[in-house]
Design a protein around this ligand. Structure first.
Ligand code: HEM
Length: 372
């Protein structure tokens, strides 16, 4: 019997998610001690509810990293804050991520994939997106490479299951990332870090620490999720699902449908800061809520024929990138990178059908990343 956590890494969690959506759209899970929201309606209601926060109110930063450089960064991330502070950070992050054009992102992702040479897929799918986002941020090639290595250690502090060793490694990585990105955080940097500064200054805000934290946040938000999107696209191709695209826009449409059909981020969490009422159900103050984005993507009330892969869906309801105040501002960047990486791998002669067969996934509680 699956749980919403074991489903993330199950071979095919989708029939089980369909049962959740139909029979238990919002239910208390006794074993996990949290609410589970699965239908499109319940997921939307949770993500729109201001009384549900991204962190437990008594623990804005995980205790193991409080007072460390990792904690300093974590506590200032747009992803990890709520209310007016989050809105202020969100405005600059959205401006920064809107800065690079699709052609620039595609060119950089194609070039980094070419230069990855013989790197195994399981490395390339993590390192290329991080290097591309570091390059778009305005770092030169050696700094972008170093940033992509450091972010691998930094993200280890994010899951609640992080060990003291992982937290210590993340603290060292956060300190190194601050030194690496700090000098690039200037108004005259033509990349995304420069755009963060320009947008903040334009609204009369001059504190650099939150900008630096959110510059690092661009890398950490990219890391697992975009690796999963590349991996799940390769698995979908390996199974012969959908037509193989032939041009960049076709690849982006294919990858966007993969994001719906086999979401790289399957769930996210909220914590009730006050008692809230959701679709007639009382959620008590302090209760955690697991938001099963991947189940909502396949809710027939949101997407007709949800189990059919159709890259030509024009108005798909996509929950993979969240919704409302915390909706992912990196969707276009992520989809464009993944599309360019996969297209370039195939152009180099990589045959995805070589991957066909049973797939295993990294043991993670919210990201679905195949071990390739
Ligand atoms: C396939 C790749 C990606 C997926 C599936 C994904 C998914 C998500 C989701 C679900 C959230 C909302 C979390 C919540 O509400 O609890 C989020 C937030 C965020 N994502 Fe992404 N993301 C991806 C790639 C990226 C990339 C490439 C960037 C930046 C370069 C990025 C930047 C962010 C930021 C800054 C937030 C926080 C927004 C906020 O809290 O207001 N993401 N992402």
């Amino acid at each position: 019997m699956l749980t919403p956590i074991t489903a993330v890494t199950a071979a095919d969690p989708y029939p089980w998610y369909a049962d959740l959506v139909r029979d238990r759209p919002l239910e208390w899970h006794d074993g996990l001690r949290l609410w589970v929201a699965a239908s499109a309606e319940a997921v939307t209601a949770v993500l729109r509810e201001p009384g549900l926060r991204v962190r437990p109110p008594a623990e804005p930063v995980p205790p193991g990293i409080v007072g460390t450089p990792a904690g300093e960064v974590f506590g200032r991330l747009v992803r990890m804050t709520d209310g007016p502070v989050q809105q202020r950070y969100k405005q600059v992050v959205v401006a920064a991520l809107g800065q690079p054009g699709t052609d620039q992102i595609t060119a950089l992702a194609t070039e980094h994939t070419k230069h990855s040479g013989t790197a195994p897929l399981r490395e390339l799918m993590f390192s290329v997106p991080a290097q591309v986002v570091a390059g778009l941020s305005g770092l030169d090639e050696p700094a972008a490479l170093e940033a992509s290595r450091l972010v691998a250690d930094f993200v280890q502090c994010i899951p609640a299951s992080a060990t003291p060793e992982q937290q210590a490694g993340a603290a060292r990585a956060a300190a190194a990332l601050r030194s690496l990105l700090g000098p690039a955080l200037t108004e005259d940097n033509a990349g995304m870090l420069g755009e963060l500064v320009r947008t903040a200054y334009a609204s009369g805000w001059t504190e650099l620490e939150p900008l630096l934290a959110n510059g690092i946040g661009l890398l950490s938000q990219t890391y697992d999720a975009t690796a999963g999107l590349i991996g799940n696209t390769l698995v979908t191709l390996a199974r012969g699902v959908g037509e193989v695209p032939h041009e960049p826009a076709g690849w982006r449409a294919y990858v966007r449908e993969v994001a719906r059909y086999d979401a790289p981020i399957q769930n996210t969490r909220r914590f009730a800061a006050t008692p809230v009422r959701l679709a007639g159900t009382e959620v008590a103050e302090g209760d955690p809520v697991l938001v099963v984005l991947a189940a909502a993507n396949r809710d027939p009330a949101a997407n007709p024929e949800p189990d059919t892969f159709r890259a030509d869906r024009t108005d798909a309801a996509l929950y993979t990138f969240g919704a409302a105040a915390h909706r992912c501002p990196g969707e276009t960047v992520a989809v464009t990178i993944a599309a360019a990486v996969v297209a370039e791998l195939l152009a180099q002669g990589f045959d995805p059908t070589a991957l066909d067969g049973p797939v295993r996934y990294l043991p993670l509680a919210n990201a679905r990343i195949p071990i390739l």
